[in-house]
Design a protein around this ligand. Structure first.
Ligand SMILES: NC(=O)c1ccc[n+]([C@@H]2O[C@H](COP(=O)([O-])OP(=O)(O)OC[C@H]3O[C@@H](n4cnc5c(N)ncnc54)[C@H](O)[C@@H]3O)[C@@H](O)[C@H]2O)c1
Length: 397
């Protein structure tokens, strides 16, 4: 069986998630399309690099990301660093002939995201694969929702409402990590979590063509955190810590129009007390509705118009071995999957694309469509007008 050597760059929250995916993929998906080998790791924090060898099982750690990208034995680069280093690493890796799985968003700059998409189009000609880590579209319940839509079970799509609400930055004492600094993150909540909803809604309902938005920053200053790793609000900062400015958004909400004629709305905030990973969708069609909530990710609620009037209402489908990605779950409905299995499904799709020389549905070219919507959302906020996303879509090479 073919083996693929993996180099991981950035070993924080997402680095761990990628490792879980690589390590578990052949366990869940067997025969595996190829077997990933955890070859080398680099984190800018030397302690984290060293620890990643012992903890995750990498063969070695390197002192620079360039050492991994230029290692002829490496086949795959996983980029799990903050957004400001994605473009440089990804473009160098694609040029060096490595397959690249990059965390979302693509970059801290729309121009760099476009350059990444263009580099991926050039690399594609040589069989080199790219993928952006929009894992939520691969949740079995979401893939099943797409099947229902494509089978016409809810008729013509009318409206799709998406929300991604979290609470980890609602506390003003939650630290000024890289996620609140424009130079590193690029865009705040919109680029961070709204991107997942944009990706899923475009997956389910096709391209978004127009947006009008409202973007807010509620907490203008936060205490400075004296280390690079973003602990997502779990860290406690001393009361006398110095404050610095937040220059990104805490929340955005926008109306969207789809090419298909459907309409919708998207809201994202990290300041919603009581909401944890509240990624929800409500989809209305001419013949029915579908509801999804990540906090109950193994369930899909459906309502069909052809049910008798006195029995019509939402019923709950529990996803399991009869639904998409049965390999990722167990042979009994209700035993369920979680975030680790979801990242494993993502890694499976990436390795399959490499082994079978096919394209991932979230390759850089496709994922650039998310960046274009984010760009239009920010422009709409600045100009207080509807923005046509198509105007933002520059021609890729
Ligand atoms: N797909 C998802 O749902 C999801 C969820 C969380 C984060 N992310 C994305 O993953 C990326 C990483 O986020 P995270 O939450 O893991 O952050 P994190 O702060 O937990 O980890 C980042 C790691 O990268 C290291 N690092 C920083 N700059 C580096 C550099 N130049 N070279 C090498 N290492 C460097 C840091 O020391 C840290 O260990 C971001 O782009 C983020 O948007 C995606």
């Amino acid at each position: 069986m073919k083996k693929l050597n993996v180099g991981l760059i950035g070993a924080g929250f997402m680095g761990k998630a990628h490792v879980i995916g690589y390590a578990n993929m052949p366990t869940l998906f067997w025969p595996a399309p190829a077997v990933p080998i955890l070859r080398s790791v680099h984190d800018i924090n030397a302690e984290i690099s060293k620890e990643a060898v012992a903890r995750f099982g990498f063969e070695k750690h390197e002192v620079s990301w360039q050492a991994i990208v230029n290692d002829p034995e490496i086949d795959i680069i996983s980029i799990c660093t903050p957004n400001d280093s994605h473009a440089e690493i990804a473009i160098a890796a694609l040029k060096a002939g490595k397959h690249v799985l990059c965390e979302k968003p693509m970059s801290n700059s729309f121009e760099d995201a476009k350059t990444m998409a263009e580099a991926a189009i050039v690399a594609k000609e040589k069989g080199i694969k790219s993928m952006c880590a929009y894992q939520y579209r691969r949740i079995p319940a979401i893939v099943f929702a797409k099947q229902l839509i494509e089978e016409g079970k809810i008729g013509k799509l009318l409206n799709i409402r998406g929300q991604y609400l979290q609470s980890w930055s609602a506390d003003p004492n939650s630290p000024l990590s890289w996620r609140f600094q424009k130079k590193v993150s690029g865009v705040g909540t919109t680029g961070d979590i709204a991107t997942h909803v944009i990706d899923i809604t475009q997956y389910l309902a096709g391209d978004i063509t127009d947006v009008v938005s409202q973007v807010s920053t509620f907490i203008p200053q936060r205490p400075v955190q004296e280390c690079g790793v973003d602990l997502l609000g779990t860290v406690k900062i001393p009361g006398d810590a110095k404050l610095a400015d937040v220059d990104v958004d805490d929340e955005s909400s926008f109306l969207v129009k789809f090419k298909s004629g459907a309409v919708g709305s998207i809201e994202a905030t990290r300041n919603a007390w009581g909401r944890n990973n509240f990624l929800t969708l409500e989809i209305h069609g001419t013949k029915g509705s579908i509801v999804f909530n990540y906090e109950r990710l193994n369930e899909l609620q459906v309502c069909f118009s052809d049910s008798p009037d006195d029995r019509r209402g939402f019923t709950t489908i529990y996803t399991g071995p009869l639904h998409p990605y049965p390999e990722a779950t167990w042979n009994i409905q209700g035993l369920n999957i979680g975030y680790g299995e979801l990242k494993t499904i993502e890694i499976y799709e990436f390795i399959k694309a490499i082994a079978e020389n096919t394209e991932s549905s979230t390759n850089f070219e496709q994922s650039y469509k998310v960046e274009e919507v984010v760009q239009a959302v920010m422009k709409s906020h600045q100009t207080n007008t509807w923005q046509t996303v198509r105007d933002e879509r520059g021609n890729l090479v």
